[in-house]
Design a protein. Sequence first.
Length: 154
Amino acid sequence: MTHNRRHQRRFAFQVIYSLVFGRDMSKDALIKSFDNFWTEEEFDIERQDSYAWTLVEGVFDNHDSIDEIITLHSQHWKLNRIAKVELTILRLCLFEMLFCPDIPLKVAMNEAIELAKDFGDDNSKTFVNGVLDAAAKGAERDIRKTIQSEKTES
C-alpha cells in the first residue's frame, strides 16, 4: 500500500536514525540499509519513487551543509552533544525546508515537532522547535537581503 508523506517521513526518520551510528557510510551501503528496511514495509512503490528515499538520499547527500545550519542555529550546542534523535529530526526537517519547495516551512516544522513528541524526550520538541525556528528566520532574512540587493542592482 502507498503510505502518505507522514508515514514515509517517519520511515525516513528511522532509516536516517539508524545510520547516525555508522561511520563513513557509502552510497551503496545507504541503499542496502534503506532496502533492508523497505522490504519490511508494505509499500507498493519502488524505492527510487518514494518520498522516503527522497528524504534519506537528500539528507545523505547534503549532510555537511545541513549540519552547518544546525551548528549555526543551535546556540552553542556542538553537534556531538545533541541527542541523536533530535539531530536526526533536525537533519530531516532542514532538508525538507531547504530542498523541498513544495513543502511549506510550517508543515515541515510541524512534522518535525510531531516526530520529536513521538521519538524524543520531554524536552525534544522545544529544542527542535527552537533550532528550526531560528533557521527559518535566518532563511527569511537571507531571502529579504537577496530581494533587496536585486532591487538596488536594477
